[in-house]
Design a binder for this molecule. Sequence first.
Ligand code: C5P
Length: 221
Amino acid sequence: ASQTRLEKKKIVITAGPTYEKIDPVRFIGNYSSGKMGFALAEACAEQGAEVTLIAGPVSLAAVHPNIKRIDVESAEEMYQAAMTAFPQADAGILCAAVADYRPGEQVSEKIKRETKGEMTLRLVPNKDIAASLGMIKRENQVLVGFALETNDETAHAEGKLKRKNLDFIVLNSLRDAGAGFRCDTNKITIIDKEGGTIAYPLKSKQGVAVDIVNKLATLLK
Ligand code: C5P
């Protein structure tokens, strides 16, 4: 296959988890490793794209010279970086596991355990980056999202596809062995906005990234 399927295309990718600060030493996070998003960044760059990789806290390296990496920590920082980069891009791939909520108070000193009793953390909702980009998406831009589900997978994925104004969504189910967080493999189904559905076999995340890039390339023609 040619290595120029995304030549001159600018692609923004979000990857990894977000950390939502509770106090200077604690946070709310999740198990996302960033592996899928980093594999996508490499696969896009290998096809000639100029990639902006907005990465949450992960211990991974981006190696391709056509990847410009922006490190962020919180969902709010990821939102700001994505909203700034997307208007200049041809496509966005939202692969990050963004925290839905963050602590409502910014505490600048370490919280002390005053009593052995209960404590309550008040949480407020974060912005939905995918939905926000979906709102500003232009006719010629392509937006791709992910859905990691545990039940009623297809219905949930189709709902997100519509709600966030995506062009296609990559569904993975935690019911499938070898799919989802932290592992080196994934098993995906791509559902596009025309209702077209393709279910792929279990593959390495690199192999999955190539399938996603191939689908993206057909839409960026
Ligand atoms: O609604 P849900 O979080 O399951 O949607 C998953 C998709 O939306 C993923 O593509 C994820 O990266 C994106 N998302 C986002 N910002 C959020 C929440 C989810 O970009 N705050």
